[in-house]
Design a protein around this ligand. Structure first.
Ligand code: SF4
Length: 488
């Protein structure tokens, strides 16, 4: 089987992994296309979102989103605009929400002396209470501060004074949509805070935010969109969405005079550390890419394709696919949740799924009963592994099969894929394709574009078999490895 590529239209090389640490995907403005917006962001490389609550309803909605998407985490809090709502019952409920395992921060809290929608005494009281809550739970703060200067010193000055008073920032925090100049930024960093930078950094080539981005340590910068608000150029006037964080990242990379890859890696690392993202390094059984969900049920494989990405890295598209155990059926089903949220659920990870045929059959059947569409990406060795024709058994569990053909003859297949079953394997792979067709399973085949494989000959073979062929990028050129050194 060959590991997945980005969905339609995306480049062959994976984009740098990005983070959007301040987004409001729960809002009505995403009602009609929320899943598509998340998929677009995923295609743009966004692997970590913090969806920010600003009252009890939006905090609950943030948690619900985080429960549905493994890359989304939640914060809970009360915005300064609504500070007058804060009473004991509100605080008690906020504390209960904050205990949810998907909650990674308190906020958005802070002070807004620009719109002054709540009395300033209420704003300061609500901010203090939320700092105390964050400190007691050892969670970082997401702070909103607007109108840094007036005759009384301004919101940011009061924010810093209250933070100092309350011993705030015990677990750090972020000054979202950074409102000050470089001196303010240094004061914030000195208190253990990060600086959140979003769309406004793209509005001019130099200026206040240019100096801020240049002037603070890279390990204190966070990327954010504040979507649906504050779209970066050239999207001003449109609804913002998290995929646009790529434009913010590109601008920061330009200002810092570093590569986009380095900037993206540093900022997602900052976010993981600040929000103590628990799943970042844990192996993924299920991982989202584009509109599909992929299932990684084993790291065992009966091939040793020299181009296989699993020899290069534990991670693919930001997901750790090196399993610490092979998941049971219930674990896999729990990792999927509702399969109808995806275009397809695909058996495809760092190993050959039919090594665990019983799990493929049981999980596939259950997912189809739940209304999901299921595909098996396989190297086509299932019948060889189990010493029987497994194609008819697959009919109940999968809607389609994609077989990595990867050659037009046995010798090339042996050389490129290093099958455990030797030279005869290729004929068995072709036989498996024919058996699937006989069982009326829709079959497609794929080939990796590497120099040893003649794509024209494979195309000819696929045509003869009557199945569509998909050519996949070989990705980063890899050296041929000595066989027998495959992990797991
Ligand atoms: S070694 Fe196995 S998992 Fe890797 S590309 Fe080849 S068939 Fe797929």
């Amino acid at each position: 089987m060959t590991l997945p590529e980005p969905s339609r239209g995306a480049p062959r090389e994976a984009p740098p992994l990005l983070s959007d640490t301040h987004v409001h995907l729960n809002l009505d403005r995403f009602e009609d296309d929320r899943e598509a917006v998340i998929h677009r962001a995923s295609d743009a490389g966004v692997r970590l979102f913090v969806n920010v609550g600003f009252d009890l309803d939006t905090s609950r909605e943030s948690i619900a989103l985080a429960e549905r998407h493994q890359s989304i985490y939640a914060s809970v809090g009360l915005h300064p605009h609504d500070s007058a709502k804060l009473d004991d019952a509100f605080l008690e409920e906020l504390e209960q929400l904050a205990a949810h395992p998907r909650v990674v921060a308190i906020g958005e809290t802070g002070l807004d002396y620009y719109r002054d929608l709540s009395p300033r005494d209420d704003q300061r009281r609500a901010f203090r209470e939320q700092i105390r809550l964050a400190n007691s739970l050892e969670l970082p703060l997401i702070v909103h501060s607007r109108d840094a200067k007036d005759e009384r010193g301004g919101a940011l000055a009061d924010v810093l004074e209250i933070v100092d008073d309350e011993g705030g920032g015990a677990a750090g925090g972020v000054m979202h949509c950074f409102p000050g100049d470089v001196e303010h930024a240094k004061a914030v960093v000195a208190r253990g805070f990060h600086v959140g930078i979003g769309g406004p950094v793209t509005y001019s080539t130099r200026g206040r935010l240019f100096e801020v981005v240049k002037g603070v340590p890279a390990n204190r910068l966070l990327l954010e969109t504040d979507a649906p608000w504050l779209p970066p150029a050239p999207h001003r006037g449109e609804r913002n969405e998290p995929a646009h964080v790529a434009l913010v990242a590109a601008r920061l990379a330009e200002i810092r005079e570093m590569s986009l890859t380095d900037l993206a890696r540093i900022t997602i690392g900052n976010a993981i550390k600040l929000f103590r993202i628990p799943d970042a390094s844990r192996p993924s059984i299920a991982y989202e890419m584009g509109e599909n969900l992929y299932l990684n049920i084993t790291n065992r494989c009966t091939n040793e394709c020299y181009f296989c990405v699993r020899y290069e890295s534990d991670t693919l598209w930001g997901y750790n696919l090196r399993l610490d155990h092979e998941p049971a059926v219930d674990e896999v089903l729990e990792a999927v949740g509702d399969p109808t949220r995806y275009r397809e659920v695909v058996f495809c990870g760092y190993g050959e799924p039919t090594v665990r045929l019983d799990v493929v059959l049981e999980v596939g059947e259950r997912l189809r009963e739940l209304g999901g569409k299921v595909r098996l990406d396989t190297n086509g060795h299932g019948s060889l592994i189990w010493n029987r024709n497994v194609a008819p058994e697959l009919v109940r569990a999968v809607d389609a099969v994609s077989v990595s053909l990867n050659a037009a003859d046995a010798a090339t297949y042996e050389s490129v894929c290093g099958p455990k079953f030797g030279l005869a394997t290729f004929d068995h792979v072709v036989g498996f394709i024919q058996e699937c067709l006989k069982a009326r399973l829709p079959v497609s085949v794929s080939v990796v574009d590497v120099p040893e494989i003649d794509l024209g000959e494979v195309q000819e073979l696929a045509r003869g078999l009557g199945v569509p062929l998909r050519v996949r990028g070989g990705g980063v050129p890899r050296r041929r490895r000595a066989r027998g050194s495959q992990p797991a």
